[in-house]
Design a protein around this ligand. Structure first.
Ligand code: 3PG
Ligand code: CO
Length: 555
């Protein structure tokens, strides 16, 4: 029985208008030509930094501070927004799967028992992202699952791979496919009929999110379920190598292919009686496929065939939709989020981003839960993202539109919290296009300015922060910190997130004069932001939240 009522804060008044801005993929790093945030004109963020230490500081956004297995794990938007919204650190999917695999508990769970029913007569299909990025999935977990399933009766296994190049270096997919092929051939030596059946690049095949473009999921469906694709190969390593010969094709965008036998027949379409596991632990880019695999009623694209399968996710991907209904590992129980508390205390909330990040400030923010807590008090606005392009060609994305919409919400005075995600530095950073990323960072800075200006007009407070690093480091470094060179002698562009800390800045006319950021809490991270924001709304944070970053001092 949760006590939702929050105690009033002794020193900070209620009913302020608070703009809470999350710059996606905006970390702090030393000035350098590969730090796009440094290279870009960012007068607004530069000015905020001058407020250090009382109005600006750094917080951790990677590793154990956000519930990831180790300090080598870079931050990501799922764990970042979970921590920002929930105010506590939860062991995240990556870690929970590690634990379940290490203890073997994964095989005793309901999900595995359910799919195991098909092992005698059907094929086990494994679909997911093939890399060691640790953001959506991990290769070593797939390897353990392959071993565990084959030891427990899976006789025929088909793997449907999605190549990465976004959480790991572009070009690394060939190596991952080779590793997987080696494992599968070891299984074959043991008499198990195990093969890769299909593949494609994650941004072009299957892993769309927030229903931005169902064609992406359809391309995957055609290859994985129907066994149909524009490209056919006998071998997946050859497929990836060959398709990458086109200079326009990177790992993220490899077109769909199927593996065929000597008669040109697809080796692994999904048919009645089969079992399917989507082995990504992260939710956002698996929800759409999960719907296609599970929902009887489905009108997003023509599935042609809807096989009767036993399907389980690595995790439950949506706690509200209970999707999928079977899963191998229970997700973190992210309860009592700040959003839910604030709504119970009458705080009116507006949340907005463009499609590709919309779920970050709603679904992830609310603990991987879709929908509203109380629609009378909340409004979530999604600005449609451009579809079918890579964002380096449109680096301004919808930053200004998001800021306009936030400004309107602020000036309407209808809301106490206006929460937005500005995607540019992350989405363009992931393309590895350094020039475009500089443009992206400038656009994000302009959006922040618009929001701060609106806050000035209504006498409110702003909190500007980020979910993890990306655009501040666009090159892979060698041990001495110099840009690492690839085999071709060129620098290795870093498309992924980073281990860098992120800034948090507070200010605005509504911020009481005697409120400042604490200079202790050296280990503070994203999870400390929720209590901070609850305080700024005029309430004490729940006792088990990570401590607030602010203090009231005697001026
Ligand atoms: C993606 O899904 O685009 C990347 O793997 C991670 O990016 P995000 O965590 O910023 O969404
Ligand atoms: Co990202």
């Amino acid at each position: 029985n949760t006590q939702w009522k929050l105690k009033q804060h002794g020193r900070i008044p209620r009913n302020n208008t608070i703009a809470l801005v999350v710059l996606d993929g905006w970390g702090e790093n030393k000035p350098d030509q590969y730090n796009c945030i440094h290279v870009a004109e960012t007068p607004t963020m530069d000015k905020l930094k001058e407020g250090a230490p009382e109005k600006w500081r750094l917080i951790k956004a990677h590793g154990t501070a956000v519930g990831l297995p180790s300090e080598d794990d870079m931050g990501n938007s799922e764990v970042g927004h979970n921590a920002l919204g929930a105010g506590r650190i939860f062991a995240q999917g990556a870690k929970l799967v590690d634990i379940a695999l290490a203890s073997g508990k994964i095989y005793d769970g309901e999900g595995f028992k359910y799919i195991k029913e098909s092992f005698e007569t059907g094929t086990l299909h494994l679909i997911g992202l093939l890399s060691d990025g640790g953001v959506h999935s991990r290769l070593d977990q797939l390897q353990l699952l392959l071993k565990g399933a084959s030891e427990r009766g899976a006789k025929r296994i088909r793997v449907h791979i999605l190549t990465d190049g976004r959480d790991v270096l572009d070009g690394s997919s060939v190596g991952f496919v080779e590793t997987l092929e080696k494992d599968l051939s070891d299984l074959r030596a043991k008499g198990i009929d195990a093969q890769i059946a299909s593949g494609g690049g994650r941004m072009y095949v299957t892993m769309d999110r927030y229903e931005n473009d169902w064609n992406v999921v359809k391309r995957g469906w055609d290859a994985q379920v129907l066994g149909e694709a524009p490209h056919k190969f006998r071998n997946a390593v050859e497929a990836v190598k060959k398709l990458r010969e086109d200079p326009k094709i990177s790992d993220q965008y490899i077109p769909p292919f199927v593996i065929v036998d000597e008669n040109d027949k697809a080796v692994g379409p999904i048919v009645d009686g089969d079992a399917v596991v989507t082995f990504n632990f992260r939710a956002d880019r698996m929800v759409m496929l999960a719907k296609a695999l599970e929902y009887e009623d489905f009108d997003k694209f023509d599935r042609v065939r809807f096989p009767k399968i036993r399907y389980a996710g690595m995790l439950e991907y949506d706690g509200e939709l209970k999707l999928p209904s079977h899963y191998l590992v229970s997700p973190p129980e992210i309860d009592r989020t700040s959003g839910e508390y604030l709504v119970h205390n009458g705080v009116r909330t507006f949340a907005c981003s463009e499609t590709v990040k919309f779920g970050h400030v709603t679904f992830f923010w609310n603990g991987n839960r879709s929908g509203y807590f109380n629609q009378e008090l909340e409004e979530y606005v999604e600005i449609p993202s451009d579809v079918g392009i890579t964002f380096n060609v449109q680096p301004k994305m919808k930053a200004i539109e998001i800021a306009e919409r936030a400004k309107k919400a602020i000036l309407s005075r209808k809301f106490h919290q206006i929460r937005v995600n500005i995607p540019n530095s992350d989405m363009v950073g992931h393309t590895g296009d350094i020039e475009a990323t500089v443009v992206a960072c400038k656009a994000a800075d302009e959006a922040v300015k618009m929001i701060i200006d609106a806050i000035e007009q209504v006498g409110g407070i702003y909190v500007i922060t980020a979910d993890h690093g990306n655009a501040e480091e666009m090159v892979k470094r060698n041990k001495s910190g110099e840009p690492a060179l690839g085999k071709d002698g060129k620098i290795q562009v870093l498309t992924s997130h980073t281990l860098q800390p992120v800034p948090i800045a507070i200010g605005g006319p509504g911020l009481p004069n005697d409120v400042r950021l604490r200079s202790d809490l050296p280990g503070a991270g994203l999870a400390n932001v929720a209590a901070t924001v609850i305080n700024l709304h005029g309430y004490e944070a729940p006792a088990d939240y990570e401590p607030s970053l602010i203090e009231v001092y005697d001026a």
